[in-house]
Design a binder for this molecule. Structure first.
Ligand code: G6P
Ligand code: ZN
Length: 539
């Protein structure tokens, strides 16, 4: 029996950088999740009889929303829903299933690296048939529906048992519960030289941060690659991630960092986030910034079977450092600079214009799926270590000696009053034209602009994607407001300084960026607008 339930619109369902992300309490309002899911379904053309993938990172509310989504999919004409057992699917595994099962799209339930639990965050993201996040024209159409919605459809049926693998029928639709790990693990095995990694005698520590990658990492690292038991830490997904932020950075993965800096450090340390798409890479005694990781992976990717024929191109988000640009130039392949958000890579990957993509926000991935992929990055690093016999530190130092080094850090000011953050950005936007030629904190400004992107595959334009100030000598600062926060505004300030080959390549990042940080404050009036003397998080 299909029920049509009357509802009224909520005014706050605009998808952000990565889907609709809100506090759990917001999602618990009557019909809130249903309104959004119905709005998504209505923009999916050709859904009649089609296959839909559903899964999430296991956080609080995951099961409840999956139950609703399955019954709503049945009422909206889908022919089949494929759901990960227990409602679990990492974001890259969901992307892979959409592609390999030729689904029309997928609902991924996650708030990524944000904390989970009754007082924390939840999210719903829609991915399209290529496996990637819905592009802006789709999210805009969803937003329009959320503003006009007056009813949604749902099957009046018992909840499907999502803990048992197999098929059931509900209101004429088939629900298929699958092993969330197997297909993804097989894909990884097809890309990398598991035999070489197994035989290399490496040791590692992987922190799954009590989030979704636990079962994936245990299967791949411990079972298939033979790393010793206990290599995967915090490997059981918990609804509240054990009360932590499942964000693989130096603040929230401090335990791993401390281990890697200690005398007991294994050869390789890595972590992933809530939904398994981000990565943190730490070698013995060395942290690799995500921007550097992208560049180093691109420079060495040919050592892994899937990339042995070379790369077609590299893409990075604008705030990501230019380290990858130098690799692209050396490989004589194109480099694309996109706005923040993985969705912008999808068209380039589909068009075969790039093979590898990455972002400063700890995302790296390739054309094997249409999401960033935490374990993929870990396995490519392992493959490179196994093929070269070198340590992470050697790889990094040799890379800098060859290409020069882009010292890089991101300063985040979290929970800033939204109006104050807007005022900072608007004020700076108005002054951009006056900046070139000025000298601030001893640095001479060469150029300043607001980044806009024209997608080379379809000509679509995305404006207001970050304010950039370039200094003489290749250093720069970028200002942007985060599109993924759930309370107030987060101001992101991205600092970068290039040291050429033969320059000072082994210095402390904080010291090398100190004058740029001072200039950033002076240029934008960070302290004046936010009342903060220093950032909350430095990554
Ligand atoms: C998510 C997206 C990324 C993006 C990151 C930071 O993880 O998938 O593509 O880089 O958020 O976005 P933000 O708008 O918070 O800087
Ligand atoms: Zn994530």
């Amino acid at each position: 029996m299909i029920e049509t339930v009357s509802t009224t619109p909520y005014g706050d369902q605009k998808p952000g950088t990565s889907g609709l992300r809100k506090k759990v309490k917001v999602f618990q309002q009557p019909h809130y999740a249903e309104n959004f899911i119905q709005s998504v379904f209505e923009v999916v053309e050709g859904r009649e009889g089609a296959t839909l993938i559903i899964g999430g990172d296991g956080r609080y509310l995951n099961r409840e929303v999956i139950d609703k989504a399955i019954r709503m999919a049945a009422a909206n004409g889908f022919g089949r829903v494929i759901v990960g057992r227990g409602g679990i699917l990492s974001t890259p595994a969901a992307s892979h299933l959409i592609r390999s099962r030729e689904a029309i799209g997928g609902l991924i339930l996650s708030a990524s690296h944000n904390p989970g639990g009754p007082n924390e965050d939840f999210g719903i993201k829609y991915n399209v048939a290529n496996g990637g996040p819905a592009p802006e024209k789709v999210t805009d159409a969803i937003l329009e529906r959320t503003r006009a919605i007056d009813s949604y459809r749902i099957a009046d049926a018992e909840a499907v048992d999502i803990d048992a693998i197999g098929e059931t029928e509900i209101a004429g639709m088939t629900v298929e519960v699958v092993d969330p790990v197997a297909a993804y693990a097989d894909l990884m095995q097809s890309l990398f030289d598991f035999t070489a990694i197994r035989g290399a005698g490496l040791t590692m520590a992987f922190d799954a941060m009590s989030a979704v990658t636990g079962p994936y990492a245990t299967e791949i690292l411990e079972r298939r690659l033979g790393f010793e038991q206990g290599t995967v830490r915090n490997g059981t997904p918990l609804e509240d991630f054990g009360g932590h932020h499942p964000d693989p950075n130096l603040v929230h993965a401090r335990t791993l960092y401390d281990l890697m800096m200690s005398a007991d450090a294994p050869d390789f340390g890595a972590a992933s986030d809530g939904d398994g798409d981000r990565n943190l890479i730490i070698g013995r005694d060395i942290f690799i910034t995500p921007s550097d990781s992208l560049a180093m992976l691109a420079a060495n990717a040919h050592l892994a079977p899937a990339y042995a024929d070379g790369l077609r191109g590299i893409a990075r988000s604008m705030p990501t450092s230019a380290a990858a640009d130098r690799v692209a130039a050396a490989l004589n392949i194109p480099l694309f600079e996109t706005p923040t958000g993985w969705k912008f890579f999808g068209n380039l990957l589909d068009a075969g214009m790039v093979t590898i993509c990455g972002e400063e926000s700890a995302g790296t991935g390739s054309d094997h799926v249409r999401e960033k992929d935490g374990l993929w990055a870990v396995l490519l690093w392992l493959n490179i270590l196994a093929a070269t016999g070198k340590s992470v530190k050697q790889i990094a130092e040799e890379h800098w000696a060859r290409f020069g080094r882009n010292y890089y850090a991101r300063h985040d000011y979290e929970g800033v009053d939204s109006a104050a953050a807007e005022a900072l950005v608007d004020g700076l936007r108005d002054r951009l034209a006056d900046l070139p030629g000025q000298e601030i904190a001893g640095l001479r400004i060469e150029a300043a602009d607001e980044f806009a992107y024209v997608d080379p595959t379809d000509g679509s334009i995305s404006r207001q994607q970050g304010l950039r100030v370039l200094f003489e000598g290749g250093s720069r600062v970028v200002f942007r407001l985060s599109g993924t926060g759930t309370s107030g505004a987060t101001l992101r300030v991205y600092l970068e300084r290039y040291e050429p080959v033969g320059g000072r390549l082994d210095q402390d990042t904080g010291e090398m960026l100190a004058d740029i940080a001072r200039a950033a404050d002076e240029i934008a009036g960070i302290t004046r607008h936010t009342g903060r003397a220093r950032p909350d998080v430095i990554t």
